[in-house]
Design a protein around this ligand. Structure first.
Ligand code: AMP
Length: 448
């Protein structure tokens, strides 16, 4: 089915042309017809699947077909967990609505509310907001949600993880009972199902690729390195010509700052984004990265949610997350929208081996080991065994490896340089291509 066969407003269709959206993504194909029919939707999809357009396009279509001149308060409320994600959604909605008369506003905490309040006073149709600031403004009676016709709850699982449940309940209580609700989450644990039942009425359930989908499209490698040597290995990797832009993940904010300092000492340009940075600082870092003024963005997981920058060539896990799904979210930042991307993981001799084992179990595949660097630690390999559905490698020989693995070539090093060639390791050589967004030009972000 094409976008025009879905019956979207011609002016909305016009907006898709310069963005390079030719065919709907699977989540769009499944969700848009139901949203257009007025059904509540429960969507299981993660960032990177095109879910923003899946909910935004039919809502912009509806607003274009049913204008309500004179109304100043929002008709659509999109709730999302982080400022970055909110900004990205707002940017997308603006671009989809560029040929129709739809006003958008963006609300999040951590900055002065003054500009946001001014924007609301001018009138708004689509309001994209994080829950805390939204409630603040409602409590100050600077905003009314009494005319909301459509609610979108985006990344519901992250919202719960971040402790927003009470805020969400309070916001929902302010909305009219009579409304259409769309609920999106990457995962569906019991707590999310419970929450969705309090929000949705007779929803259609749509689902695309499990949380491990990015693991199938991104070329992944791991490196064994002691914690103390990681910074030098990182500098070495970043100096390789194929590493054009890199998003580096650390576990802590402090760690992110330390990495950036070390990079600068070694003549590399990088900035950190994390919760201790002010919004203007984050915006500056993001813009510099998007414009190619800095090569490296060092981020913590929460801050990186929603980052969608054009052509991140490499994701580097400077530290391995203890929550396996976080790994999948991280590597999903590269290879986006059909582009090839490479994700490296630096695994130390300690707890990170356990974390990596859990990751292999989640993604159900091997990640090739790169040994072509001077900091390589000769540790037993981590391998996923599909037959037993659990990783092995406890006490196995470090010289042993599956066919095509980047293992020793006699001198204990892989002959392949970092970043070259395709993903050949064990069960991970399959790399299905996404063809739906090959030609996408739009990457979100104000200057992408
Ligand atoms: P999202 O999951 O909403 O973050 O979208 C991921 C990326 O896919 C964004 O860069 C979108 O601009 C892009 N995108 C969304 N839908 C399409 C489409 N139908 N064709 C091409 N690119 C798309």
């Amino acid at each position: 089915m094409t976008f025009s066969e879905m019956g979207l407003h011609p002016r909305v269709l016009d907006a898709l042309v310069p963005l390079g959206y030719e065919t709907p993504t699977p989540i769009q194909e499944q969700a848009i017809p139901h949203v257009l029919k007025g059904r509540d939707v429960m969507g299981i999809a993660q960032t990177g699947t095109g879910k923003t357009a899946a909910f935004s396009l039919p809502l912009v279509h509806h607003l274009a077909n049913n204008p309500m001149s004179g109304q100043k308060v929002p008709r659509v409320l999109v709730l999302t967990p982080t400022r970055e994600l909110a900004a990205q959604i707002d940017e997308n909605v603006k671009s989809y609505a560029q040929h129709v008369n739809v006003r958008t506003a963006l609300i999040f905490g951590g900055v002065s509310q003054h500009k946001q309040v001014n924007q609301l006073r001018k009138g708004v149709d689509v309001l994209v907001a994080t829950p805390g600031r939204l409630l603040d403004l409602c409590n100050q009676r600077l905003l009314s949600l009494s005319k909301v016709e459509f609610l979108v709850l985006d990344e519901a699982d992250t919202m719960l993880d971040m402790g927003f449940i009470h805020d969400i309940r309070k916001v929902i209580a302010m909305l009219p009972q009579q409304r259409q609700s769309l609920f999106f989450s990457a995962t569906m644990p019991e707590s999310i199902v419970k929450l969705s039942k309090t929000i949705l009425t007779d929803p259609i359930r749509v689902e695309v690729a499990r949380v491990s989908s990015a693991a199938e499209t991104v070329d992944q490698r791991m490196l064994f390195v002691s914690q103390g040597a990681k910074r030098d290995l990182l500098v070495d990797m970043l100096q390789r010509p194929e590493v054009e832009t890199a998003l580096v993940f650390t576990r802590t904010k402090y760690g992110a700052d330390k990495v950036v300092k070390y990079l600068k000492k070694n003549g590399l340009r990088g900035e950190a984004i994390h919760g201790n940075k002010s919004q203007p600082q984050r915006d500056r870092a993001m813009n510099a990265f998007r414009k190619g003024k800095i090569q490296v963005l060092v981020a913590t997981d929460i801050a990186a949610r929603g980052i969608d920058v054009k052509g991140v060539s490499h994701v580097i896990n400077f530290e391995i997350p203890n929550i396996s799904e976080t790994y999948v979210h991280r590597i999903g930042r590269t290879g986006r929208a059909g582009q090839e991307g490479i994700a490296y993981s630096m695994v130390n001799e300690g707890d990170e081996r356990k974390h990596m084992e859990n990751i292999l179990r989640l993604i159900r595949r091997n990640i090739p080991l790169e040994t072509d660097h001077q900091w390589h630690l000769d540790l037993p390999e981590l391998e996923f065994d599909a037959r037993t559905s659990s990783p092995k490698g406890q006490g196995g020989s470090s010289r042993k490896g599956p066919k095509g693995h980047h293992r020793g070539n006699g001198n204990g090093r892989s002959g392949r340089p970092l970043g070259s060639g395709s993903n050949q390791g064990g069960g991970s050589s399959r790399r299905p291509k996404r063809n739906w967004n090959k030609r996408s030009k739009f990457k979100g972000g104000s200057d992408a």
